[in-house]
Each structure stands twice: as C-alpha cells, then as structure tokens.
Design a protein around this ligand. Structure first.
Ligand SMILES: O=C(O)/C=C/C(=O)CC(=O)CC(=O)O
Ligand SMILES: [Ca+2]
Ligand SMILES: [Mg+2]
Length: 434
C-alpha cells in the first residue's frame, strides 16, 4: 500500500546544512506558522536544520504550479486550514516541490542568493504560532497501560479497564479555545476539590494536584459531510499529520467532577501543542504493525495496514531552582492500543462531521515500565512515590514555576524525524476578584 517515496530517500540531502541529530532533515518537512521577530510578518513555513523556510514567500514566486496547487494561494494565509482541506494529492505535490527546492542538487533556490535570504530565516529569529485554527478538539484514552493505571488508582485495581475499553476507543470532547502553542505560560487552575477529610463536601481551592499528560495528536484534512462516516480504510485521506500534545490536568478537580459524564473543568484550562505538524508522508518509514487486539473489534473498527508509529517521546521537568531540564519519562507512540485510523472511524461512525484543522489527541501514552508513565499521577503513583530531582527537590505533582517539556522523534540509522518540543510553565493561581 505504501511505496517508498523519493522525498523519504535516506540519501537525499539539502543544500542547507543539517546536523545528524536535527529534528528537521530534508526527509521531514513539517508545517508550521511563524512570526518574524524582526518585522512581525506572519507566514506558513517548513523547517530545515536550524532554519524556517517561508512558504508564503516561495508561493509568491509561482513555484507551486502543479495541477493540485496552481492558482490556490493556500500558503499565503495565516493558518494551514485551507491547505489541509485540499487533501492528500495536494499535500504530496507540495511535499515533492518543497523537497526538490531544498535539495542539494537543485539550483533554483540554492543559487538565488536574494531569494534564499527572503525565504530562509534562522529559527531563533522567529516566534512560532498556533499553525491551525482548531475548530474542535477531542481527547481519546487509548493507552492500555495508562487506562489500567488510572483505573487502578481512581476505581478498582481488580477491574481497572471498564468493560467497554477493549471494544471502542473511549474519548471525550475537549475544549478547542484553550489549545495553546508551546511556550505559553499557564496559571494554576482553581475550582472545586474535596478536602482530604471529606467525601462529599467540596471547598473552593487552587488545584493542588496539577499534572501533565504526554500525548500525540493528529489533525484532519478534508473531513466529511454530516451523516457520512469516514471508514478505517479511508482514514489515510483525512489525516494530515501529527503533533505533540500536553493535555494539562487538574487531578483533584477531576476526581470530584468527573462522574458520570467525564472530564470537564479538570482539562479545559489548557492543552499545549508543538508548533510543528509532521505529515503522514514523513512518518511513512516509522509505521509498524499495532498490538494484537483481543477481543476482535467490530468490523467498522477493524484496522487495515500499519497504523502504529515508532516515535520516541520524552518528558523533562525543570523547577525554578534547577538550571537544566531533567528527564522524568521516556515513552513511545507505539504504546497505543487504538490507532488513529480507528479513532477517526469511531469518531465519525454516527455521522459526526469532522473539519479541516480539528485536533484529536491520543490520550496519555504510558508504556509498561514505570519510567515510561506519561503523567505525574502515574509516575508518583497518586503522590505516594515522589519523583526525585537531581538538585535534591522532589515532586508528586507540579509546583508553581515548574516547566514541562515534551519532545518526540523517530530515528532511522540515517536520519531523525522530529516534532521539536512542546513546553509550558505553571505560574501561581490568579487571585479571584471579589
Ligand atoms: O480514567 C479516568 O478517570 C481518567 C483518565 C484521564 O484523566 C485520562 C484522560 O484525559 C485521557 C487520557 O489522556 O488518556
Ligand atoms: Ca488526556
Ligand atoms: Mg486539555
């Protein structure tokens, strides 16, 4: 089903120098939106080595003149939504043009000094913005280890997974308005929590059990009409790419509010995403067979092809008293039971329509080892087993001033396809006005 495309050729090189551990070799070509720190210009871009490549500027020179993109100024916008709506053949055409333009043996950009200066900007001279106007955000719960851990802690260790869990990808509708770009600082949320001595009378308080969740998200392209489900088989045509997601969570607010309808305020205060969307095309070499699914899913959820991705995912924590981030979790996207094709098919099977730029997060991605648990809740086992930091501090949940950084990358012997990082810092709660 998936031929090796020349844009993934490990021997392909760019005229722009790329370090061997860079997340952005010519085989990646992720999409983002940047703002120049110099003149404030906002533009759609890709990344190569330590540079962003201004696609808005390139588009204006008329280089995107193939059958899918000609006459469609999709790169002259401030978000990627219109480009995402065009669909897979347009995405492939753009990737192939950009790959050629950046390759070492193509003179068009390489030898045009004035154009190169307009198009290539060092990453430290731009600020990355939210690349997509996200209309809807859904969060799944698709890691078996995570669901088992949380079910054991919050409910019953003997029946950690609810009876539905292996029959459908459980999820909830999240809050798109508070999806923020990496680097956004967040105030600790406040709300109703139960004091330790009470089972049924809440107090108003700042969140004391503030947490992150290590997740990957996918974004949809064209989308479907209301009433017309997207099948597992057609998912490929609708999934534009993946990004890193941190689904910040207030565990004490969650524990009191979530029954019977699921997370509400515990998770609506912020969800942070990485600036780069890595395309399915770039991830092609990292697709692998998924876990065996037993019981066998119903026919509409039966997966075809390889939809599991081998992507290393790391989480780092840095307190205000530390001078560098410390790794507290090493997981992998392959630790997901339900895959993104199944998630999309399930989401739309009722006829629910999805739109270009909608975001679907995987759910916390925990592996079997304790060191691969994707949240503080699990790493500190509900606060009973603190995480020791190298400067002598310890943590059960996040404290004010803590900064969480997640990174993700897939490796071959020849190159690395990375997502960059998603970072966020917890600031003290805001005082409520009387
Ligand atoms: O099982 C629960 O009660 C709660 C689970 C979560 O908080 C996880 C959630 O948001 C979905 C996920 O990230 O896997
Ligand atoms: Ca989550
Ligand atoms: Mg959230």
């Amino acid at each position: 089903m998936h031929d090796m495309h020349p844009t993934n050729d490990p021997n392909l090189e760019s005229f722009v120098e790329v370090d061997s551990d860079s997340h952005f070799p010519i085989q990646n070509l992720p999409y983002g939106v940047a703002r120049s720190k110099d003149d404030g210009e906002v533009f759609i871009c890709t990344a190569i080595g330590n540079y962003v490549v201004n696609l808005t500027e390139l588009d204006a020179t008329g280089v995107f003149d193939g059958p899918e993109l000609d006459g469609k100024p999709v790169f002259r916008e401030r978000t990627l939504n219109t480009f995402m709506e065009l669909g897979r053949s347009a995405w492939a055409e753009a990737r192939s043009y950009i790959s050629t333009l950046l390759s070492a043996d193509e003179p068009a950009l390489r030898d045009n000094q004035p154009l190169r200066e307009r198009v290539l900007t060092p990453m430290n001279e731009v600020e990355m913005l939210l690349p997509v106007d996200i209309g809807d955000y859904t969060d799944f719960y698709s890691s078996e280890q995570h669901a088992t851990n949380v079910g054991s802690m919050f409910r019953d260790p003997e029946n950690a997974l609810k009876p539905n869990w292996k029959h459908l990808p459980v999820g909830y509708h999240g809050r798109a308005s508070s999806v923020v770009i990496s680097g956004t600082e967040l105030h600790r949320p406040q709300g109703q929590i139960l004091p330790p001595e009470s089972d049924d009378t809440p107090i108003f308080s700042e969140c004391k059990l503030c947490d992150f969740e290590l997740e990957m998200g996918f974004l949809t392209g064209p989308g479907n009409e209301l009433g017309s489900p997207i099948s597992v088989k057609d998912a490929e045509d609708h999934i534009f790419g993946l990004m890193l997601v941190n689904d910040w969570s207030a565990r004490d607010i969650q524990k009191w509010e979530y029954q019977p309808l699921g997370p509400f305020l515990a998770k609506n205060w912020a969800t942070s995403v990485s600036p780069w969307i890595v395309t399915l095309d770039a991830l092609e070499p990292f697709r692998m067979e998924g876990p065996e699914q037993d019981p066998e899913p119903l026919p509409y959820l039966k997966s075809e092809g390889n939809w599991t991705f081998d992507i290393n995912l790391d989480v780092f924590l840095q307190s205000e008293n530390m001078d560098q981030p410390h790794k507290i979790c090493a997981s992998n996207a392959k630790n997901l039971y339900w895959n993104i094709a199944q998630q999309l098919a399930h989401h739309t099977v009722t006829g629910c329509n999805v739109r270009p730029g909608d975001l679907y997060a995987s759910g916390t991605i925990s592996g079997e080892e304790k060191s691969s648990y994707g949240s503080m809740l699990e790493l500190s086992w509900k606060g009973t087993d603190p995480i020791e930091l190298p400067n002598g501090e310890s943590r059960t949940f996040l404290e004010d001033g803590d900064e969480v950084t997640m990174t993700g990358y897939a490796d071959t012997d020849e190159y690395r396809i990375g997502f960059g990082e998603v970072k966020g810092k917890i600031l003290p709660a805001k005082e409520l006005e009387e």
